[in-house]
Write a protein that binds this ligand. Structure first.
Ligand code: FES
Ligand SMILES: [Fe+2]
Length: 460
């Protein structure tokens, strides 16, 4: 809140300063006028800009220069933020239909297949830390539930059910943070973030013991706020590891992307074990874009990415983790550019979080946190947040994030339109996919929520 009003103030001040300057420049008609006695018309005379048209041209030029400088500043220094709407990527809108119509048609008509349970047990990202200032409250949908995420005035973040148990108002819509509590906008009941207990009912003599809102186990680490989900309400069985370089400020925030994907959650991590798709989907150079109808176009054939990949699960006590080791090489006109060879370790921690660790002798070190959070059974919010060595110019991590985003959006086009196949037709070389499915099944338990199977007949 504070941040956005500050930015607005800066913008208003800039517009006022620019307008006053332009008005002064334009209104000095007589070259012998002096403004504040500093010989300003003399300057116009000497530069040959005494006439109003010349001054107007100078103003326009100065404006363009300012805009260019602003754009350059953003390009070079500001974080990259690419937030895609749910229908923006991966759908083909033909025959005069809009993208939104195409996306809706796909969602309605697509066969889902025999799906595994839809909400695996594990930790999920709800927000990046910088998106929640002290005293802020946000309404987020996770695992089909509405939650209120708020930051107490002392700085700790809490996640509680959004609906007030009193009469059902949404605590995150108009609710107010009071100390480490959230106050309902409807009748002012106050709930403690720590345990959800109601500690004040403004009009009641006594707060009953049962007055409580459900509180989600949460933690804040690596610049992200995470919640724990277990279908039986079990306590967290493992922790999300700390990435020291982030918490110590050696790696800093350089941007994030956000996508909404129309698929079962397991499709997304399974990509890591699907070695064969890399050569097919991700080999065309990023210059050829994300639309799979055109990525193989001859125009861009001279740039290729080469991938060597291995996927393996980790052992106890980290059996909830797995690793994908990636060796990437770039060839241009058949020539390899060893300087751009990149080794990446993608360490998946549970069903919803992956650390993509970059280690490059000259491009530096950093991590992309790739997080998948189910919003609905078949809608996943995927975010990529990059933290990178602060000594490396921001343009480098921004480029890496952009490149990753292009490759990722190719997968999105597949996921958004595919069916989940429970018994896939695999060849020997696809064996890691089955291993991945076995590994991933540890995140489901007997009571894990399932989607009721779709009705396949057409009844009008
Ligand atoms: S609905 Fe929340 S206090 Fe009444
Ligand atoms: Fe992929």
């Amino acid at each position: 809140m504070e941040n956005s009003s500050n930015t607005l103030l800066v913008k208003v001040a800039a517009v006022v300063v620019i307008s006053i300057t332009a008005a002064l420049v334009m209104h000095v008609q007589d070259p012998s006028d002096t403004v504040l006695g500093v010989g300003y018309p003399e300057l116009w005379r000497r530069t040959g800009l005494a006439g109003a048209p010349a001054r107007a041209a100078t103003c326009i030029l100065a404006g363009v220069l300012l805009l260019t400088l602003g754009w350059l500043y953003r390009l070079l220094f500001a974080p990259l933020e690419l937030l895609r709407s749910p229908d923006e990527v991966g759908y083909i809108a033909e025959d005069g239909r809009t993208r939104a119509q195409a996306a809706n048609d796909v969602r309605r008509r697509r066969k889902t297949g025999e799906l595994p349970p839809v909400y695996p047990n594990g930790w999920y990202r709800v927000l990046d830390s910088h998106m929640l200032e002290r005293g802020d409250v946000k309404n987020v949908t996770v695992l089909g539930e509405q939650v209120a995420v708020f930051r107490g005035l002392e700085g700790k973040a809490y996640v509680v059910d959004a609906y007030c148990p009193h009469l059902g108002a949404n605590l995150a819509v108009g609710g107010r943070v009071v100390g480490d509590c959230i106050e309902c906008p409807f009748h002012g009941w106050q709930f403690r973030g720590e345990d959800g207990k109601c500690i004040r009912i403004p009009y009641a003599e006594k707060v009953p013991e049962f007055a409580k809102v459900r509180c989600w186990p949460s933690c804040e680490i690596n610049g992200q706020i995470l919640v724990w989900f277990h279908c039986d309400g079990d306590e967290p069985g493992w922790r999300v590891p700390e990435q020291r370089e982030i918490t110590q400020g050696v790696w800093v925030y350089r941007g994030r992307t956000e996508h909404f994907i129309n698929a079962h959650i397991e499709e997304i991590p399974e990509n890591a074990a699907d070695i064969a798709h890399l050569a097919h989907l991700h080999t065309p150079g990023i210059v050829s874009g994300v639309d799979l109808r055109y990525t193989n176009s001859k125009t861009w054939e001279f740039v290729r990415h080469d991938w060597k990949v291995e996927w393996k699960p980790e052992t106890e006590p980290n059996k909830h983790c797995s690793q994908m080791l990636v060796k990437h090489a770039l060839t241009v006109f058949g020539r390899r550019w060893p300087l751009l060879d990149l080794d990446v370790v993608a360490r998946q921690v549970g069903p919803g979080i992956v650390f993509l660790l970059f280690d490059h002798s000259f491009l530096g070190h950093g991590v992309i946190m790739h997080c998948v959070t189910p919003v609905e059974p078949l809608l996943q919010c995927v975010s990529h947040t990059i933290f990178y060595q602060s000594s490396i110019p921001p343009l480098v991590p921004k480029f890496i994030l952009r490149a990753e985003c292009i490759q990722f959006e190719r997968d999105v086009m597949i996921w958004n339109n595919k069916k989940y196949i429970s018994k896939p037709m695999l060849v020997k070389e696809d064996s890691a996919i089955q291993k991945h499915r076995r590994w991933f099944s540890q995140f489901y338990s007997e009571n894990s929520p399932r989607l009721r199977y779709q009705h396949d007949t057409m009844d009008f």
